[in-house]
Design a protein around this ligand. Sequence first.
Ligand SMILES: [Zn+2]
Length: 296
Amino acid sequence: MMSTFFIPLPFLPSHILLDFFLQFLIDSLQMAKKIVLLFILSTLVGCSGLERSEQKKVRQQNLTVSPIERQEDEVFFPFPEIKVQKRASYPWESKRIGAHLRITKEFFRCRGNVLNPPIQLHKYKKLVYHLDCGGIERHSLPIKDGREFIYPILIDLLNHIQEKTGRRVLITCGHRCPAHNLYSDASKGARSSKHLIGGEVDFYVEGFEENPTAIVEVLQEYYGATFQRSNRFSNGATPSWYNKEVAITLYHSHEGRDFDNDHPYPYLSLQALFDRESRRAVRFNWHQAYNGYLKN
Ligand SMILES: [Zn+2]
């Protein structure tokens, strides 16, 4: 049998009582600390979710939708005035060189015209009538890689002449379609002319009508070298000037006359011999000449 022995508190020694009291105090404090911590934690956890959902509810209850109405002249923030700045054009973009229009492939279009009277030609030992072509409304320039094409060196050189002399280059014959080529010059040699493929141009320069050799000098200056001379590019009296890229032929006022060059001046003919882009010699091509352009 266990027997419990109680000693009444007032009869315990004083130091034991103090220990007991202190221990009790420490335990109580620790317990209180835990309770406070738990309370803070539960408040924090409970508030965040609850408060948010409550806020959402309140916001939805208070939500009123009304369209924004604004007067025509009502401006909250004034716009700064927009100034269009024009970019300075690059030299190659300019439409003019000095006082003259920049030469483009448009200047090379066929000069044929339906209003030109028919001419008589000998064909298969018969005398037949031949009509001029319909001109630029009826056909395009030679087509290369899906685009109208004139050998760029011709365009560049003519622009160079305009730039250096300050005078206008007058193109008398650029591209010729087969119909206009025959109309303009029915000679046998003309049938394989590079005019048909956009590789030749006839021109003279305003102010230099009687001095075409000055223009040849301008071109020599451009290449920084003198040209070689040969008679194989024309049947004219003056041997042509040529290098790898171009041949220049001078026709005096009594030479090289055809329908397009029916004027009183000597003129120059510039023929492309080498194409820098494709790095190939420019040769006459029958298929290209007679089918390599669009017509309607
Ligand atoms: Zn034509």
